[in-house]
Design a protein around this ligand. Structure first.
Ligand code: NAD
Ligand code: TYD
Length: 344
């Protein structure tokens, strides 16, 4: 029986990862440790609550004494817990530095103390910064441009340092942008699907030509599980499906799939420091035997269907604090854009 700790397991990728593990594996015991911030959602893991091989703890990865109680007997830690939204990190980055840097440091320190036999740090392609041509390799320098990616870089480098200095058996995954079921509706794809369903403007930053390399969340989960099992300690693995798309292409696809009007797409002023393009060289993880199994066209169709079917889930999330955040980030920019549209 492997005892697994999934931090941030009530979030988007973490909850999909728990679902993936139960589908693929017998003989695992999973503990989810999650602070349930605005992004964590207990209903994402409600299906597992009655299982004997599942345990949920509401708590903070910055809390060392709590970790001292949880970690004895844990074989493997997957550290998904983080503050994750670039736009929120631009408004205020305190919680990003606290959780992503200090929280990861605390977890690494306690994993060392309790002799955890594997620590999988979930990092991101955003640590490399933006790339004009070609694709980032694992040994490229880190050049983060947002407070989010800078905080994640701090975590990524601390994880590396704990391997180099103390031989903590760390592996690091850097995946590209994920999409799929249970993603918080403030992120690009779910925001555009849910706004389109509600007939609200789709706020597209800048010229809409920024490129992201999209991966269906289940494919990322299978890659993370493989790295946890077969990855070489001290190594970094890029995870991406090579499905690069401009934001405007995705926005158009979504309105068409939802059956909304393309005029809802509204160009608003750009995100400060907006990375133009992300692209990953994934030859290393492919050499471990991993392949993505879902194309972007299949994945986006599944995702749109999931949000159409689960409107209760996202309507509950798009309540009070979401509305305040939405007003703060978009109201003025949307008003200016709509005024410009009316004049032209
Ligand atoms: P998410 O925001 O949906 O989930 C994060 C989870 O962490 C939430 O459940 C939240 O409650 C929890 N959390 C936050 N602070 C915590 C703390 N101090 N202690 C315990 N729990 C805490 O994020 P996600 O999209 O699922 O991302 C998961 C991980 O994958 C993150 O580390 C992120 O940087 C990384 N990642 C995400 C993407 C993506 O496209 N979503 C891409 C690459 C890497
Ligand atoms: P996001 O989901 O925030 O992921 P990240 O910035 O971490 O890649 O955004 C994906 C892309 O979509 C990014 O280029 C920014 C763009 N975007 C918009 O154009 N409008 C929006 O309202 C949001 C949230 C994102």
């Amino acid at each position: 029986m492997k005892r697994i700790l999934v931090t941030g397991g009530a979030g988007f990728i973490g909850s999909n990862f728990v679902r993936f593990l139960y589908r693929k594996k017998r003989n695992v015991h999973i503990t989810v440790l999650d602070k349930l911030t605005y992004a964590g959602n207990i209903s994402n893991i409600a299906d597992f609550m009655d299982r004997k091989d599942f345990n949920f703890i509401r708590g903070d990865i910055c809390n060392g004494s709590l970790l001292d109680r949880i970690l004895p007997g844990i074989d493997i830690i997957y550290n998904f817990a983080a503050e994750t939204h670039v736009d929120r990190s631009i408004l205020k980055a305190n919680s990003f530095v606290r959780t992503d840097v200090m929280g990861t440091y605390t977890l690494l320190q306690r994993a060392l103390k309790h002799h955890t036999t594997r620590f999988v740090q979930i990092s991101t392609d955003e640590v490399y910064g933006s790339v004009k041509r070609g694709s980032f390799r694992e040994d490229d320098p880190l050049k983060p441009n947002s407070p989010y990616s800078a905080s994640k870089s701090g975590a990524d480098l601390l994880a590396r340092a704990f391997y180099r200095t103390y031989r903590l058996p760390v592996v690091i995954t850097r995946s590209s942008n994920n999409y799929g079921p249970y993603q918080h509706p403030e992120k690009f794809i779910p925001l555009f699907i849910t706004n389109a369903v509600e007939g609200k403007p789709l706020p597209l930053y800048g010229d809409g030509k920024n490129v992201r390399d999209w991966i269906y969340v289940e494919d990322n989960c299978s890659a993370i599980e493989l790295v946890g099992r077969k990855g070489n300690v001290g190594e970094v693995y890029n995870i991406g499906a090579g499905e690069e798309r401009m934001n405007i292409e995705i926005a158009s696809l979504i309105v068409d799939m939802v059956g909304a009007d393309r005029s809802l797409i509204t160009f608003i002023s750009d995100r400060p420091g907006h990375d133009r393009r992300y692209s990953l060289d994934t030859r290393k993880i492919r050499r471990l035997g991993w392949r993505p199994s879902v194309t972007f066209e299949e994945g986006i169709a599944k995702t749109v269907r999931w949000y159409l079917k689960n409107s209760g889930w996202w309507k509950a999330v798009r309540g009070g604090s979401f509305k305040r955040y939405y007003r703060e980030l978009y109201s003025e920019r949307l008003a200016r854009a709509i005024e410009r549209k009316a004049k032209s």
